[in-house]
Write a protein that binds this ligand. Structure first.
Ligand SMILES: Nc1ncnc2c1ncn2[C@@H]1O[C@H](COP(=O)(O)OP(=O)(O)OP(=O)(O)O)[C@@H](O)[C@H]1O
Ligand SMILES: Nc1nc2c(c(=O)[nH]1)N=C(CO)CN2
Length: 176
């Protein structure tokens, strides 16, 4: 596989703005997401600017599986894009995520949606995330966190309304 482009492994001179999508549909998803957000807050090179409300979402793709909780974070970071992705993978590992079935159920998924205006086609880190623009389970909570957000020049709220899974995304009510 080709080497990562320098822009993916070089730390920024000033903090970059990144959008991170979290998902969970195995285990105590609410606690798993809360712990992941806290881990982002605790990282010395990351400052969490905004956290979206939790979204309860129907699974898109993959086998039959439980509904997800999804959440989007806007962060500022002095980590390089690839280092931020690796941090997300560490959190997945800490949540005992097992990668077996593609798009299968998982305790924690951490996706890097955007990182400043960096673009990359590399399979290890594609930016913006190659499927984010068509996923209401990402776009809707992102639009809740930042109603004026744009993705490749288009309104995130508008993209959310056009996504095939738009009707299956709802604010999560914690009834416990
Ligand atoms: N922007 C990105 N964010 C997260 N992972 C990415 C990104 N671009 C490429 N990848 C790569 O995708 C690989 C598969 O990621 P993962 O197992 O989380 O996929 P998935 O969540 O099942 O599906 P999807 O990629 O459709 O969200 C990872 O090993 C990672 O290196
Ligand atoms: N509702 C929902 N569906 C999914 C999700 C997810 O986080 N939420 N993640 C996937 C792979 O990243 C595939 N399908």
């Amino acid at each position: 596989m080709s080497a990562l482009d320098p822009q993916l492994v070089t730390a920024p001179q000033t903090p970059a703005v990144a959008v991170v999508a979290l998902g969970s549909n195995l285990g105590d998803s609410q606690t798993i997401l809360d712990d992941a957000v806290q881990a982002f807050r605790d990282h010395e090179a990351i400052s969490v600017t905004t956290t979206s409300p939790l979204a309860k979402t129907a699974p898109v793709g993959g086998p039959e599986q439980p509904d997800f909780l999804n959440q989007v974070l806007v962060v500022e970071t002095t980590l390089a894009p690839y280092a931020l992705l690796q941090f997300g993978h560490e959190l997945e590992h800490a949540a005992a995520r097992i990668r077996d079935v593609r798009w299968g159920p998982r305790t924690l998924d951490v996706d890097l949606v955007t990182y400043d205006n960096v673009t990359s086609k590399h399979p290890v880190l594609t930016l913006p995330h190659p499927r984010a623009h068509e996923r209401a389970f990402v776009l809707v909570p992102w639009s809740w966190a930042d109603p004026h957000a744009t993705l490749t020049g288009q309104s995130v709220a508008h993209l959310a309304s056009q996504a095939a899974d738009a009707d299956t995304v709802h604010k999560y009510q914690d009834d416990s």
